[in-house]
Design a protein around this ligand. Structure first.
Ligand SMILES: [Zn+2]
Ligand SMILES: [Zn+2]
Length: 315
């Protein structure tokens, strides 16, 4: 099952000639989601052949313009193309009002229903889940109400050990019970332990999105051991004071977050428009955390059960 993150934009504050504001397209076990939706997000999806009609969930970190200005444009297009499926949008208080007022004044009546969820600025919580996935919000430290998001697979069911099940003549009808972790009771009243009949499940995969925030190692408690971490790296560390003033993070600090959290791979992004050579930021983050990559547009990161790999999508 896929567990993929595709970068649509990674520019902070304003677009540049070759970078769009923040947006990412996730395909997690065939559930497609957006995280942030900066200006031009729908054009980026067209460019990389990502279908917006497959999107059923959108998560907006905060209401600075570089993180949500593409949202109403995307909703207009979905409506234009006769979308009918409900859409779930999570974001800070005020987002619903901003969207509503635009549709109100253009006298647009959406054909589909939007379920808005207001994220909390004070507590971390599960904001969406189904049988396979959870999404957790974490209030982080920025100039306005901002949340990070952690996407996790739920613990997968145990796998049947066919050899052992045949040996013990376990009826096929009992397999679901075994996958759920129960022991097997023979007609003679003998208990066969579940671990004899099943194998450990694959580990659950996870992805954390941190943008925008000041450097704060206390957040690592929420993301210990995640497979993939996206962390904003607006500045080089020579501008560490500027990062504090503007509640942003440096590349060096992002590397420190990844190292302290023990993640498998770090993606840095949300680059200031002042940087044309992003390798300076990459080198700085790698000086403390080697497994770092740049959030380049069109780059897809695939979280496998053993590793995280990436490739550039065709443009
Ligand atoms: Zn931003
Ligand atoms: Zn911001």
């Amino acid at each position: 099952m896929p567990f993929e993150v595709t970068i649509l934009g990674s520019s902070s504050a304003t677009p540049t000639t070759n970078r769009h504001p923040s947006a990412q397209y996730l395909n997690l076990r065939d559930y497609c989601m957006l995280v942030d939706c900066g200006e031009g997000t729908q054009i980026q999806m067209l460019r990389y052949k990502l279908k917006y009609n497959r999107l059923n969930h959108i998560f907006i970190s905060h209401l600075h313009a570089d993180h949500y200005l593409g949202l109403s444009a995307l909703l207009y297009t979905m409506n234009f193309h006769h979308r009918e499926n409900d859409l779930f949008i999570a974001g800070p208080p005020g987002l619903k009002e901003i969207i509503d007022v635009q549709f109100q004044h253009s006298q647009t009546r959406l054909r589909f229903k939007i379920h808005f969820f207001e994220t909390s600025s004070t507590k971390s919580e599960i904001i969406w889940e189904n049988d396979e996935l959870t999404v957790q919000s974490i209030p982080i430290r920025h100039r306005i109400h901002t949340c990070a998001f952690v996407f996790r697979e739920k613990e997968l069911e145990r796998k049947i050990n066919s050899e052992q099940c045949v040996f013990y003549k376990i009826p096929f009808a009992c397999y679901d019970m075994l996958k759920a972790g129960e022991d097997f009771l023979t007609p003679e009243g003998k208990v066969i332990k579940n671990e004899v009949l099943t194998l450990d499940p694959l580990p659950s995969r996870s992805y954390a999105y941190f943008s925008d925030t000041i450097f704060d190692l206390s957040f690592t408690e929420y993301i210990q051991g995640v497979d993939l971490l996206y962390h904003e790296s607006t500045f080089l560390h020579e501008l560490a004071e500027r990062a504090v003033e503007t509640f942003h993070t440096t590349a060096l600090q992002a590397g420190k977050m990844a190292r302290a959290a023990g993640v498998k791979k770090l993606i840095i992004g949300h680059f200031s428009a002042r940087y044309s050579n992003l390798n300076l930021l990459l080198d700085e983050a790698r000086s403390v955390f080697e497994q770092t990559e740049l959030a380049l547009e069109g780059r897809s990161f695939f979280v496998e059960y053993t590793d995280v790999i990436f490739e550039q999508l065709y443009v």
